[in-house]
Ligand binder design. Sequence first.
Ligand SMILES: [Fe+2]
Length: 351
Amino acid sequence: MNTTFSKPEITPARRAFYDRLAPKNVAPLWEVLARLVPAQPAPEMVPVLFEYEQIRPLLMEAGRLLTAQEAERRVLVLENPALRGQSRLTQSLYAGLQLILPGETAPPHRHAASALRFVLEGTGAFTAVEGEKTMMHPGDFIITPSWTFHDHGNPGEEPTVWLDGLDVPIVNLFDTSFLERRPEEEGQVERVAPGDALARYGSNLLPVDFVRERPSSPVFTYPYDRTRESLDVLFRNGPLHACHGVKMRYVNPATGGYPMPTLGAFIQYLPRAFAGACYRGTDATVYAIVEGQGRTSIGDLTFEWGPRDIFAVPSWAPVRHIAESDAVLFSMSDRPAQIALGLWREEAPMS
Ligand SMILES: [Fe+2]
């Protein structure tokens, strides 16, 4: 079965005709059809690995060069080498490493773009979302949904670094970006006691008169100690998925859906010597290693990884994880958006 569109031959008469079309702002579809409608995903992005030990010194250097306040957010954007200058790691996702040093604050603002944070290093910093502070610990997953005010601060003693993931390319595809900044002092106003959202919405309970006000999760923080405990219990109880080991998705407890409409996040445990079966999905995925050593093959390429390393996998690329020691992998993608649009596909296990 022929599943690709073929391109008609270009004759001098056709060439001359095409040349006359351009000034009228029209073009022949048959010349671009194969590129517009490929038979399967044809990503521009390439797989890429960021070794934390290579990037960390640069981040610390940025910390000496300018303050978090000057920068608004002191972030080194993780760029895809095939999409240089576009501030995106995958076609649809922005990713960056953010540093906040002891004593620093990053002022409050809100934007249409949704953001997630995954803490890589440091204890003692906080993220505040709509006036509720959440202390950040390595492995914590924190969300700042679309149009929620958020700021960060580090009253502690250690530099804190986290992975930022935003749906900026999606928001800009639709041309729907808005931004609002707030005076610094207002960011410091605690309107809600720390831990409120987790107790109210994230403890297998919801207020009796709960009404959903936005499509994102009412819980802002998913602490690693709880997550890790679940992974342990589920590994002991089995079974292991042939491709994913123990893999869970972060959830909006009010709906059972994803935490935010455009961003999905996942956590998985691979026991030592786990050799996963091959898997592919249409959601290009960014992985961050929480614990352990191992390697991941993406098509013909193999990345060796350790704690805090980050790598990106293109849409529909065959992926296989191998763990050399017990390992925990965080990942994020635009899966909820693809599901909502009826586009998401996966294939597993593959031979
Ligand atoms: Fe922000």
